[in-house]
Ligand binder design. Structure first.
Ligand SMILES: [Cu+2]
Length: 185
């Protein structure tokens, strides 16, 4: 191997290294940009913590219990990580007939996010759903909420966008004395 070709090899290796470094920086910039874009795209107008407390002393409540928003805004209910003493739900019952008395925990309508519409059609959604209340629903349920991880298939967040002014009361199906309210104006 001559000295010249070795030099050429060195030059091309340096070139490839510089190219890779430039690519890495470009990718990381575009990744940061995309992540930022994704964060700003998600509308979170109000957050409500579901349950909480500690493993030995769980909190049965929504914090804050009452929230006020404007039409078109979104409330996100969330469960704090690493507190898994009790599952909870965020459940709006607009028509008493849709509330199954003596509900069974294995009922998919209870475990998964679900909406029952005016025509009694039940739509089941995957965990951590973002739903919209337009004012024509009979029943809107978060399904079981748990911190992410411990119970596969359960939700750790539940988002609802409110498209109609009004006062919306909700409760936890598992602890019916857990109640909250969203006032939309
Ligand atoms: Cu509860």
């Amino acid at each position: 191997m001559s000295g010249l070709s070795r030099k050429n090899k060195m030059v091309s290796i340096v070139f490839v290294v510089v190219l890779l470094a430039t690519l890495a920086v470009a990718i990381s910039i575009s990744f940061t940009y995309n992540v930022r874009a994704a964060v700003t795209k998600t509308t979170v107008d109000t957050q409500v913590q579901v349950g909480g407390g500690s493993l030995s002393n769980p909190l049965f409540g929504y914090t804050p219990q009452n929230v006020e928003i404007k039409v078109g805004q979104t409330v996100v209910w969330y469960v704090r990580p690493r507190v898994a003493a009790e599952p909870h739900t965020v459940t709006f019952v607009f028509d008493n007939k849709t509330m199954t008395l003596g509900f069974v925990a294995s009922n998919q309508r209870v475990f998964n996010p679900a909406i029952i519409d005016l025509d009694d059609v039940t739509k089941i959604y995957p965990p951590n759903a973002s739903l919209t209340i337009t004012g024509t629903e009979k029943y809107v349920n978060s399904g079981w909420m748990f911190p992410a991880g411990p119970l596969p298939g359960s939700s750790s967040t539940f988002s609802v966008t409110f498209q109609e002014a009004g006062s919306y009361r909700y409760l936890c199906l598992l602890h019916p004395w857990m109640v909250g309210k969203v006032v939309v104006s």
